[in-house]
Design a protein around this ligand. Sequence first.
Ligand SMILES: *[C@@H]1O[C@H](CO)[C@@H](O)[C@H](O)[C@H]1NC(C)=O
Ligand SMILES: *[C@@H]1O[C@H](CO)[C@@H](O)[C@H](O)[C@H]1NC(C)=O
Ligand SMILES: *[C@@H]1O[C@H](CO)[C@@H](O)[C@H](O)[C@H]1NC(C)=O
Ligand SMILES: *[C@@H]1O[C@H](CO)[C@@H](O)[C@H](O)[C@H]1NC(C)=O
Ligand SMILES: *[C@@H]1O[C@H](CO)[C@@H](O)[C@H](O)[C@H]1NC(C)=O
Ligand SMILES: *[C@@H]1O[C@H](CO)[C@@H](O)[C@H](O)[C@H]1NC(C)=O
Ligand SMILES: *[C@@H]1O[C@H](CO)[C@@H](O)[C@H](O)[C@H]1NC(C)=O
Ligand SMILES: *[C@@H]1O[C@H](CO)[C@@H](O)[C@H](O)[C@H]1NC(C)=O
Ligand SMILES: *[C@@H]1O[C@H](CO)[C@@H](O)[C@H](O)[C@H]1NC(C)=O
Ligand SMILES: *[C@@H]1O[C@H](CO)[C@@H](O)[C@H](O)[C@H]1NC(C)=O
Ligand SMILES: *[C@@H]1O[C@H](CO)[C@@H](O)[C@H](O)[C@H]1NC(C)=O
Length: 605
Amino acid sequence: MIGHVALTVLLGAATAAASSADAYAPYYVDCPSDIQIVREPTLSSNETAWVKGRKAVVADSLHSYLARLDLEGFNLSDYTKKIKKNGYSNVPVIAWATSGGGWRSAYTGAGGMEAIDERTPGSKEAKVGGLLQSLTYIAGLSGGSWPTASYAFYNYTSMSDIVKEWRVDIDRFTATGYSQYAAPESAYFEMIAEKYEMGFNISAADFLGLTFGYEFIPGVNRTFSSIAESESFKKFEGPLPILLTSSMNTSNSVENGLYVPDDTDPLYEWTPFEFGSWDLGFTPTKYVGSTDKDNTDNQCVVNLDQGSFVLGAVSAAFNYWWLSATTNDTLGQFSKRQSSLQKRDDDSLTGIASLESLSDAFAEFFGLTLAQIANPSIPNPFTSEDTITFADTSEAGQSVPFWPLIQPERDVDFIMAWDDDADDEPYLWTNGTNIWDTYNLAKDAGLPFPEVPPVSEMLARNYTLKPVLFGCDVSLTTTGDASSPIVAYMANAPYSYYTNYSWAAPEMTYSNFDSITENSFNLVTMGNGSLSSTWADCLGCAAIDRSLHRLGIERPAACEKCFKEHCWDGTLIGGVSEDFVLDPTLALDPTLTYAEWNKTNPNHP
Ligand SMILES: *[C@@H]1O[C@H](CO)[C@@H](O)[C@H](O)[C@H]1NC(C)=O
Ligand SMILES: *[C@@H]1O[C@H](CO)[C@@H](O)[C@H](O)[C@H]1NC(C)=O
Ligand SMILES: *[C@@H]1O[C@H](CO)[C@@H](O)[C@H](O)[C@H]1NC(C)=O
Ligand SMILES: *[C@@H]1O[C@H](CO)[C@@H](O)[C@H](O)[C@H]1NC(C)=O
Ligand SMILES: *[C@@H]1O[C@H](CO)[C@@H](O)[C@H](O)[C@H]1NC(C)=O
Ligand SMILES: *[C@@H]1O[C@H](CO)[C@@H](O)[C@H](O)[C@H]1NC(C)=O
Ligand SMILES: *[C@@H]1O[C@H](CO)[C@@H](O)[C@H](O)[C@H]1NC(C)=O
Ligand SMILES: *[C@@H]1O[C@H](CO)[C@@H](O)[C@H](O)[C@H]1NC(C)=O
Ligand SMILES: *[C@@H]1O[C@H](CO)[C@@H](O)[C@H](O)[C@H]1NC(C)=O
Ligand SMILES: *[C@@H]1O[C@H](CO)[C@@H](O)[C@H](O)[C@H]1NC(C)=O
Ligand SMILES: *[C@@H]1O[C@H](CO)[C@@H](O)[C@H](O)[C@H]1NC(C)=O
């Protein structure tokens, strides 16, 4: 996929564009006099103030959305009056999270976002439109970070319009001409060379990040912190984006010469305000790369938070791809239920030929080794180590970005989680391994999270084929009280289209793309209500339930009823047998087998 780039002039020719926020390379400025480079791990005053502003907007969106549900036994005008009191403090904090899974989760997750966007035709009728308008946070990691960031970079315009701008029909790895949508590979390397010449570490994540940037970021050269300066963000028109990544340091294990993370490594998050970790502290995103170490001339780094780089840095799985490709999947395994069933496709983006070609280019142009370019790193303001090195959070057992959303200071009441990390082999569906991991890690860390059943139970109950709610009953949470959010768990599954294509799908036709997003629409709405007449209402019930609890309002009759049907009750039914294979047919057309569908859809991804 990644061809060999024959570049004659790279270094030297590249410096002209540097020192500008419209270019890729970081540069130095005098530190602002009031800058605090490291702040303790608490919620920033910027975020606190912004969330307060956002809640006033959400109160109105939520009202319109709930009015369309018309929940039996619910006094909407009374509820709205109450949540608007006391500085909007009781407005529920609602979040959407999209898992890792490359272009598969990016597109199926975008389909989920389209479904809950009230501007999408059919979404209001299906009674889910308006939830996107009621979000305070939106989180992503790896491929899930791409639609998450894109929504904010596009000023929160409608998802249906944004996806058209992605030009999913262009392969950024083979493009030859220059446009706002793509550039030849040599252009990516020239931009990377500018960064290298400024003395910053460069890696495969810079290259991959630029291909993501050309697809998902309007204007490409936008810093992540610039989102905070846009009018739409300042007017609270959409949710605060949070991107999550894992990290590694020199204490981590080394496999075949490459560092690999584990689930105890600090997770770092990027918001337009700050970058950092709840273990170590936060630094202003705009000045990422700046440290207080030996900073006698008071110089601060800016522009290291280029959106493309950030998207690459939170999708930094090159180490795993390499290990997996060179050991026939013995090493570099993402969390799976069964690892023995894996199969790999060596023609893909992550085949050894592509990986070698990219690593050879870095060796040839910059004299860097595989170990140096496998994972991105930035200067470390938090500890005595020089750098923070990133790894895809999917490598560390958690593919759904719950972590930032369950930090107690964020007080999140309800999380809609889109899980499409294909943790079930061999057919690339989802079995709950990653949410199970998050539950266990949250429990160990004393963080609030719903109890979820183990994977074998998830499968026995079909919880990864149809949406389900966790934590409705406050006793079924790690904290045993209402401080835990309710989670609506939605795993990618086939409703009207088989959406278990490879994560490495850098181009497809819009006809296929539209079928994929329609499949997500059908999943989120349970076939526009045809597979469950109570599910859509129940999402609304889950969205407001914790706030009802705080306000001392009784749960409406409609919600009591639908929770019985859609919330896990904490019991176990014995799981599936060890050799169970998740091999579903289309929920909306169960008799159409994959083999037949494959014949009539010969060009599916
Ligand atoms: C982004 O910046 C680079 C310089 O780093 C420049 O060559 C390129 O044209 C810019 N891209 C766009 C789309 O403005
Ligand atoms: C809804 O609550 C308000 C008080 O805020 C009350 O005046 C009204 O009668 C209630 N409506 C119904 C249908 O109970
Ligand atoms: C549900 O509605 C959406 C939007 O109108 C449509 O795209 C989809 O095909 C419908 N699905 C079913 C099963 O009717
Ligand atoms: C580059 O990374 C190495 C470790 O791989 C580190 O020692 C060095 O300080 C980094 N340099 C910069 C400029 O970040
Ligand atoms: C977003 O809004 C800003 C003004 O805040 C404008 O400059 C920019 O062009 C808009 N971007 C898009 C993609 O609409
Ligand atoms: C360094 O890595 C070790 C081993 O994974 C981890 O336990 C520790 O928290 C890391 N420390 C920092 C400061 O990142
Ligand atoms: C956030 O707050 C600090 C002061 O606490 C301020 O200097 C900074 O400009 C604010 N804005 C952003 C976008 O971080
Ligand atoms: C790779 O693993 C698969 C399944 O585990 C096995 O069938 C295949 O023979 C292995 N290939 C090599 C080259 O070892
Ligand atoms: C799960 O789905 C399968 C296939 O549709 C069905 O046979 C089974 O009864 C379902 N299990 C439960 C607990 O609903
Ligand atoms: C997609 O799912 C179907 C149903 O489980 C399966 O038959 C097919 O082989 C899967 N495709 C891939 C690429 O795994
Ligand atoms: C799907 O169709 C393609 C040809 O379009 C064929 O190569 C492939 O083997 C088929 N897969 C299945 C599982 O039927």
